[in-house]
Design a binder for this molecule. Structure first.
Ligand SMILES: Nc1nc2c(ncn2[C@@H]2O[C@H](COP(=O)(O)OP(=O)(O)OP(=O)(O)O)[C@@H](O)[C@H]2O)c(=O)[nH]1
Length: 873
């Protein structure tokens, strides 16, 4: 090839003269005009070079370039087939270890070119796609600068005095180590520029555990997911996304640092309706619970994140974080607006009486007979209706009877907090005497502090022995007035209707003594005594009005039900328009069936009624979910010594009378100055629902000795979380009760002498006060222990803690006899030469109870077995 003119060559290459001249000049082949001569071979070589450079420049920047490695021919040809979709060989190269990354195989130049072209085409296609498709994760990335060898980055940074710190989601395996064969990393412009100058040197391998490294996926076909696309583009490596892409995706990689934002003022008010857990409070304030815990600790409260704190404390903590707490607690009292009694309006009201006694002693018969003994209606009486309560007129005024005899109604109502009964009529059959349920009834009445009136029934019976009954009752502290006691006793016959008027008068007199008064001039307050769902009339409830007057049309709330009085009936079934204090009244117009013992309140309007009812229903549901144990031996143990009631209440049941008696006396003898053991009831036989009810109402624990609860009692105890315990060895009962009591006692501190030191010199030490130079004469002096300061051998001049203790200049924990030391007492500066410092500590020891000795217990057991064997016992 020889010389050729520019215009000839331009014509042949289909270019303009100017284009050709520019390209040639750029490659060092000089030409000025179209007629200039150039060496044809040099010109073509220069043009070829320019063309290949242009191709390289057009290559998209996301394409990975790897350092070339010499590979054998065979491998090159194998790499060639990677392009072929059908061939799965590269798939087989995926390491079985998920995070082990293979080194990429060297790709022959022409295959690389093909890949580049494909990528260019992909890019072109991507650019043609509609805008929303472009938002999908793609592999073109403006901000990612290049692929650099990790070592070269390190070297370059080192030369600039900077350190390389790869991102935690870079090339790391799950065990936190970088795959050993990873040589290249991709780094974004911002990452690169943000590499700190003064960071400690870290290596690739220090990525966080759990960070990912992708598996190599050979081949360019058959992938579908974005992740796979990324992997493909990175030649099998997980790519770091560019900052812009990362922000769009909102995950992974470098983004802006967390912005601390301040919630708007109105959002900085938290509404609380009660206690809140630390966690929830933190969540509401969008802060970490640890911060709240720290604040609380600063306030001297050691709490866990799941511990509830009261709204007051929450308010203090919240204020520290510039939040305000708004108490939105539903105050039932505000809605109910219960009116107070007005003294001038207080008038005597009828007593409310419950009849109790042993099975078959004649409770029902007596109630029936009394009902018919209405002095107004006469013995025949009207047609009475069973509504759960009724009123009878006596010569001394009205008396209201709860006509469900027995203990159940009484205790279940008490357990629900309804202290309805004013007087208990205890029925004892004259021919049978005091029996287990008689004693139970006495316990119930005593525990509720309700006075007793005794009806000695069945006096018509040939075997009636009233004196014996009175005698037996006196053994249970129920002493007749005629015997000098305070209990009225009446000899009656329900069957023959004898002595009933006297009994009624007696009850009325007892009530008079009690001066039961109520204000009738206010909205009605009372208790539900019975409720049912009537087929024709819907929910029906009997309410005993305690105070105020209930009128037809009144809005009310009963337990968790609201309503408006549609109609009212008295116990004679007569429709009435209003009912006053102590009147039992059956009401219609309630939204559901309440429970006996539920509180009844007439309210201002239906809105108030509904809101209170809804709130109670909600609370009841919560209570049901969070039912916690009532009193148990364990929580007695756990209860703090400052707890108010240091009285351990027990219901004791045993298999035989002798054991019950022995156990009761053993338990009672455990009482001491600090804790009183109160056996509120004891009896023989299985533990019944009544025992559980009594325990529930009185906050007692049920102890069974050689006896167990029956199925109903068991279920009730489980439901109501009443602690019921059965034992078969008396020592065990005593031991556990003793332990429970010890839990109630204040801790006892024991004085423990440690040593003595003599003050030989006093040094003034600036602001810190006086330092005593001492010589330890006996035992040892311990830092932070307590010290008595004795002058003239026995005169006590002060007592303080040893704040600091030194041997020469060193702080020491203790100094033993025969050595000198320097010490300073906390808040005591009157030390003088010659003083004796007596070092001691106070050891907390478990409180001991003075109970029966083992010998006592053995005797009790012996007595009990003797009694069991003797039937008269
Ligand atoms: N002789 C005599 N028998 C009576 C008298 N009162 C009741 N009875 C009888 O004693 C039995 C039991 O009477 P109830 O009134 O059912 O006794 P209760 O205490 O209500 O019995 P429970 O409901 O099972 O606890 C019945 O057969 C009555 O007839 C009485 O005053 N004299």
């Amino acid at each position: 090839m020889g010389k050729v003119r520019i215009h000839e060559l331009a014509k042949r290459l289909n270019m303009t003269n100017q284009e050709l001249i520019a390209k040639l000049n750029a490659k060092g082949v000089l030409a000025k005009t179209h007629s200039s001569n150039v060496d044809e071979a040099s010109a073509l070589k220069a043009l070829e070079q320019a063309k290949s450079e242009a191709a390289t420049l057009r290559r998209p920047r996301t394409v990975l370039r790897r350092r070339r490695k010499e590979e054998p021919e065979a491998e090159q040809s194998e790499a060639k087939v990677i392009e072929t979709p059908q061939i799965k060989e590269p798939e087989a190269e995926i390491s079985p270890k998920p995070f082990e990354v293979e080194k990429p195989a060297l790709m022959p130049e022409h295959i690389k070119e093909t890949t580049v072209q494909q990528k260019e085409q992909t890019v072109a296609k991507e650019q043609e796609k509609p805008a929303q498709q472009e938002k999908k994760p793609i592999h073109v990335n403006k901000n990612v600068v290049r692929v650099i060898d990790a070592d070269s980055i390190k070297a370059r940074l080192a030369s600039e005095g900077r350190v390389f710190r790869p991102r935690s989601n870079g090339f790391a395996s799950r065990n936190g180590r970088r795959p050993s064969n990873v040589r290249e990393v991709r780094i974004s412009t911002s990452d690169f520029n943000n590499i700190p100058k003064a960071m400690p040197d870290t290596s690739l391998g220090q990525a966080k555990p759990g960070a990912r490294a992708s598996k190599r996926k050979g081949g360019t076909h058959g992938y579908t997911s974005d992740k796979e696309k990324r992997e493909m583009k990175s030649g099998g490596y997980e790519l770091w996304l560019s900052p812009s892409k990362k922000r769009k995706k909102g995950r992974r990689g470098e983004g802006k640092s967390t912005q601390i934002t301040q919630a708007a003022a109105h959002k900085r008010v938290l509404e609380l309706s009660g206690p809140i857990t630390v966690n929830d409070l933190a969540h509401k304030m969008s802060i970490k619970s640890g911060q709240v815990v720290t604040k609380l600790m600063g306030m001297g409260m050691m709490v866990t994140v799941n511990q509830p704190i009261d709204p007051e404390t929450a308010a203090i903590v919240a204020s520290e974080f510039e939040y305000e707490i708004k108490n939105v607690a539903f105050e039932e009292i505000d809605i109910l607006k219960e009116e107070k009694d007005v003294t001038e309006n207080l008038k005597l009201r009828a007593p409310i009486v419950t009849v109790m006694g042993h099975v078959d002693h004649g409770k029902t018969s007596l109630l029936d007979a009394l009902r018919k003994t209405d002095v107004v209606k006469g013995e025949a009486g009207g047609i009475t209706q069973h509504i759960g309560a009724y009123s009878v007129n006596t010569n001394h005024g009205k008396v209201t009877f709860l006509d469900t005899p027995g203990h159940e109604a009484f205790t279940s109502m008490r357990a629900r907090g309804a202290e309805v009964t004013d007087i208990v009529v205890l029925v004892v059959a004259a021919d049978d005497g005091v029996m287990p349920q008689t004693k139970e009834a006495i316990s119930h009445a005593k525990s509720a502090k309700v006075p007793l009136v005794v009806a000695i029934n069945k006096m018509d019976s040939a075997n009636a022995k009233a004196e014996r009954v009175m005698q037996q009752l006196s053994e249970h502290d129920v002493v007749a007035e005629e015997w000098g006691g305070d209990v009225q006793m009446f000899k009656v016959s329900a069957l023959k209707k004898q002595g009933l008027i006297e009994l009624m008068d007696g009850i009325a007199m007892q009530a008079e003594m009690m001066e039961l008064k109520a204000d009738a001039c206010k909205r009605a307050v009372g208790s539900v005594v019975e409720a049912k769902l009537d087929r024709g009339r819907g929910p029906v409830a009997t309410v005993l009005i305690k105070s105020g007057t209930l009128k037809q049309g009144d809005d009310f709330v009963a337990g968790e039900h609201a309503g408006r009085i549609r109609a009212m009936y008295d116990s004679n079934g007569e429709k009435i328009k209003e009912a006053g204090p102590s009147d039992p009244v059956q009401i219609l117009g309630i939204s559901g069936v309440p429970t006996a013992g539920d509180k009844f309140n007439a309210v201002e309007d239906d809105k108030a009624a509904k809101s209170v009812a809804a709130h109670r229903a909600q609370k009841n549901r919560e209570k049901e979910l969070m039912k916690t144990s009532r009193v148990s031996l364990e929580n007695f143990l756990k209860s703090s010594p400052t707890d108010k009631g240091k009285e351990l209440r027990l219901v004791v049941k045993a298999d035989v009378f002798g054991s019950a008696e022995a156990l009761v006396s053993a338990l009672k003898s455990l009482s001491n100055k600090q804790v009183k053991v109160e056996v509120i009831h004891s009896g023989v036989g299985t533990i019944t629902e009544n025992d559980v009810n009594l325990a529930m109402a009185s906050g007692a624990i049920v102890i069974g000795f050689n006896t167990k609860p029956d199925s109903k009692a068991h279920t009730l105890a489980l439901q109501e979380k009443v602690d019921v315990r059965s034992y078969s060895i008396i020592y065990e009962v005593i031991d556990e009760v003793k332990m429970a009591m010890a839990g109630l006692l204040s801790p006892v501190f024991e004085y423990n002498y440690l040593g003595k030191a003599e003050v030989r010199a006093i040094f003034l030490a600036g602001k810190t006060g006086k330092i005593a130079g001492c010589y330890v004469t006996d035992g040892k002096i311990i830092r932070l222990a307590k010290a008595k300061v004795l002058r003239n051998k026995e005169e006590l001049v002060g007592q303080a803690s040893i704040l600091s203790l030194k041997r020469f200049k060193d702080d020491v924990k203790e100094v033993t006899a025969g050595y000198e030391c320097g010490l300073r007492l906390e808040g005591f500066s009157e030390l003088a030469e010659g003083d004796i410092i007596e070092c001691f500590e106070l050891k907390e020891v478990a409180a001991k109870l003075e109970g029966p000795t083992l010998e006592d217990l053995a005797k009790i057991e012996e007595d009990s077995s003797n009694k069991e064997s003797s039937p008269s016992a």
